[in-house]
Design a protein around this ligand. Structure first.
Ligand SMILES: [Fe+2]
Length: 438
């Protein structure tokens, strides 16, 4: 089916959500402002770009990874490549691809662990790429990771471990937890009991624990994914090295969360989770993305039980991130993309910085016709202070239909960007990415 055959285009095929198909290379990209010399490395970001120009939902578009290479105060190069999985190569229908663990859209994240780049999507195995965006192959730890792998793996800044999970609606088990060591060897896999198959997009980690989110976007063969608040909502706390028998579940109000911002534990047995929470989602099924998340804090009392649930702000936001050196630790600053209230996802004109201690929020204005994506923090050096560095985000200017890499000073977040790099072609709003130092 081509997009021209549809009478009204769905939101994910309109404006800057609409895909591009051209794979290009460009060098010496035009820059406004000055790129800091310390930014030496590449920003990788994945996103959905259906090869035919059409996909029935945003989630089913083919993964395309963009790489923007910075160094010596210059924007050295741009490259974008599809992840060449069987879903892409054979142009499989999604109903065929969901039955083949290797046929991944591979469209949701691009991460590096133990020297390997993984393109990830949550219903399939990982796909390995190299630093130059050539697809290497399907990667399931030599068959040790059974079932799908989440796109939201967590890299522990202290141990170098990769903590992750997979949920499997075809199960049971509906949830598996995995841990890979700093060298990339799988050292643990656990089957976790859940009463029903639910969508679990992301994971919370702390210094000693993981916290699973059993939230009621429930899967059934008849209805697919659908929000069913009557099924309840729970947070499952487990020691990182624990198993199913160690999980302690804590009930919370029914809601949904795609993305936690960060989490940490306190000396007196509390676990604090800052999340982008919304009261409901997908009431009309998988494609019904009524984006209405706010920043909330859940504080789990692991000694006496119970969860304190607090809304921290009323701005709509998602794509939350913190300094990667503080994942699972108490971080002061969290970053997110602003959203606007609409019947379909609509990014706002600001990047947001939350002070997680005071609750204060600061806005970086992108411009009256510019809307932005996931902000990624890059420290000025490995030992830099928490806000000493830059925030990077791929943004789109509706005037001129041009995409930029926005570079914002962490210590002048509300000021103008230190630089913006003009992309050689439009980069559609996508999913997640990461900075990889040179
Ligand atoms: Fe995500």
């Amino acid at each position: 089916m081509s997009s021209t055959q549809t009478k009204t285009l769905p939101w994910h095929l309109q404006g800057n959500w609409a895909p591009v198909q051209d794979e290009i290379d460009a060098r010496d990209l035009p820059v406004e402002g000055e790129i800091p010399e310390a930014l030496e490395g590449s920003y990788y970001r994945n996103g959905m770009n259906p090869r035919s120009g059409y996909s029935s939902t945003w989630f089913f578009g083919h993964g395309m990874v963009n790489r923007i290479e910075l160094g010596g105060g210059r924007a050295l190069s741009f490259r974008n490549r599809y992840v060449r999985t069987p879903y892409f190569d054979k142009e499989m229908h999604i109903t065929e691809a969901v039955m083949d663990p290797t046929a991944s859209p591979a469209n949701t994240n691009i991460v590096r662990h133990a020297g390997r780049f993984f393109a990830l999507e949550e219903f399939h195995s990982a796909w390995e790429m190299n630093a130059d965006l050539e697809t290497v192959g399907c990667f399931d730890f030599d068959g040790q990771v059974v079932g799908p792998m989440t796109p939201h793996v967590k890299l522990c800044p202290t141990t170098g471990e990769m903590l992750f999970f997979g949920y499997d609606v075809m199960g049971p088990p509906y949830l598996r937890y995995h841990r890979a060591d700093a060298a990339g060897a799988l050292v643990q896999s656990e089957e976790i009991d859940l009463p029903r198959p639910v969508m679990i997009h992301d994971l919370n980690v702390t210094e000693n624990h993981v916290v699973f989110m059993d939230l009621p976007i429930v899967f059934s063969l008849e209805a697919g994914f659908q929000f069913k608040p009557e099924c309840g909502a729970r947070l499952g706390v487990m020691p990182r090295t624990g198993g199913n028998a160690d999980v302690v579940w804590h009930d919370i109000e029914p809601c949904t969360v795609f993305h936690p911002m960060n989490s940490y534990e306190t000396d007196d047995g509390r676990i604090v989770l800052d999340v982008c929470r919304q009261p409901s989602l997908m009431t009309g099924g998988l494609g019904d993305l009524d984006q209405q998340a706010n920043l909330w804090r859940w504080t789990i009392d692991t000694v006496r039980g119970g969860v304190k649930e607090e809304q921290r702000d009323d701005l709509l936001c998602d794509f939350p991130r913190v300094d990667e050196r503080l994942v699972g630790r108490r971080a002061r600053f969290g970053y997110a993309a602003e959203y606007e209230r609409a019947s379909a996802p609509r990014l706002g004109h600001h990047l947001l910085r939350y002070d997680l201690e005071s609750g204060d929020v600061r806005k970086h204005h992108l411009g009256p016709s510019v809307r932005g994506g996931e902000p990624v923090f890059v420290p000025a050096s490995p030992t830099a202070e928490e806000d000493e560095g830059w925030i990077l985000a791929l943004v789109h200017d509706e005037e001129g239909d041009v995409s930029y890499l926005q570079i914002v000073d962490g210590r002048d977040f509300e000021g103008p960007p230190v630089a913006r790099v003009r992309m050689p072609q439009r980069v559609p709003y996508g999913s997640h990415g990461n900075w990889i130092p040179a």
